[in-house]
Design a protein around this ligand. Sequence first.
Ligand SMILES: NC(=O)c1ccc[n+]([C@@H]2O[C@H](COP(=O)([O-])OP(=O)(O)OC[C@H]3O[C@@H](n4cnc5c(N)ncnc54)[C@H](O)[C@@H]3O)[C@@H](O)[C@H]2O)c1
Length: 457
Amino acid sequence: MDTWIEDRPRAQQPTLVGVVGAGYVGLTSAAGLAALGHRVRVIEADPDRLAMLERGELPIVEPGLAELIDELRRAGRLDFTSAMSAVGGASVVLLCVGTPPRSDGDPDLRQLASAARDVASHATADLVVVVKSTVPPGTCDAIELICHGSAREDIAVRVASNPEFLRESRALWDFMHPDRVVVGAAERRVATLIRDLYPAEWPVLLTDRRSAELIKYAANTFLAIKISYANEIAALCEHLGADAGDVLEGTGLDPRVGPQFLKPGPGFGGSCLGKDLSGMIAVANRVGLEAQLPRAAQSVNGWARMRVVEKLEGVIGDLEGKHVAILGLAFKPGTDDIRDSPALDVIAIITERGARVTATDPLAAAVDASIERFDDPYDAVRGADAVAILTACPEFSGLDPHRLRSEMHGTAVIDAVGVIDVDAFEACGLDVAGIDRGTPCAFHPVILSPLRWTLSG
Ligand SMILES: NC(=O)c1ccc[n+]([C@@H]2O[C@H](COP(=O)([O-])OP(=O)(O)OC[C@H]3O[C@@H](n4cnc5c(N)ncnc54)[C@H](O)[C@@H]3O)[C@@H](O)[C@H]2O)c1
């Protein structure tokens, strides 16, 4: 008897599930579904990724995932292969492949189409193909046509949407504790089959396919808008001599607003928000709408990254020949993911302006060889004119300001993510600039307008 499964929630209908793509979504979904009681076969096309998985190594960093996968493999519930024929006996196959943006911002759905074609052509019985990848509305309809063209004539392939909402760095937790499971299907029978993959007590929203696809785009677009809004408010605070941390905290305490994603910083990044925002804009444009809010969020995000560069130039002047140490390369703490990371954009701009860059990050995947990377943050800052903290890693909040000061050549620290104890750093002679604090002063020019309005009222 598998004791490990006893205290976990159980799927309503344990079955054989195929998962195509062993990335963040595929590996997490595969491990989660196997932990719920399914037998799961993962098909991965990248030989290096597959070799790592077969050796028992994880190609991504996600807390708890390596241990769970190891346990499930030993229990015979989960395996990895490159052979699409492995989907032969499955009644459900999840597509978890990448949908990166094309250079024009439209989503590139070629991985998805190719995986769907391959799955359908290997089906040996009626099959439900579930699109877990984030896709524009209408994709499931298109994928169903592709599957019909590829499957044997006696086999019916139905396509449904079941978008994934996990957050990197807490992917497994999110999968096992969903706010909602969204299922979009054209037939009740198909919707029921997908709902029954999950425990009965999980909150499920059943809808049509296009609505399910759009829920994911709409949710990510809203989060992106929220972050850009926080960055605009922070800039306003800086001009007004107000404290953005307090202003945003006070705003987010209203439950209609909520505190999450209401923090200023160098802008959003990662593989999803920017891509899905572009996808949303492309979809809206296609039907003659302007997508004004998504466009504004996109433009504010580019400006938020640029603001870090301007702050650096504000404190150390012309960047030509200056040494800048970047603390944090991943797009957020707790992950190795550097896709669309603000840090990489900032590095590209300041390098172009003549700065020498050294960098450190506790987890980030390999970066361009032109970036001098160090494991130890104190090695990265040695001799630097300025330090910019761009990822809110706990390792950086624990830095000793005395030691930092003694290793640096200059004194400028830009804390774009608000992780350090500003008073302690300033007490050591470091000049700290955040992006959430105005300069408090008794007579700020901002009161001139209210004064005029009061007196002339
Ligand atoms: N990463 C996230 O936080 C997240 C969260 C929710 C949704 N999503 C969405 O889920 C999808 C996957 O994202 P990801 O971050 O897991 O991507 P990823 O790039 O980490 O993984 C995709 C995997 O699919 C494999 N693959 C591609 N084509 C294949 C094929 N034909 N057969 C077998 N394997 C194939 C790739 O080699 C890769 O390992 C995207 O649409 C993304 O937008 C991602």
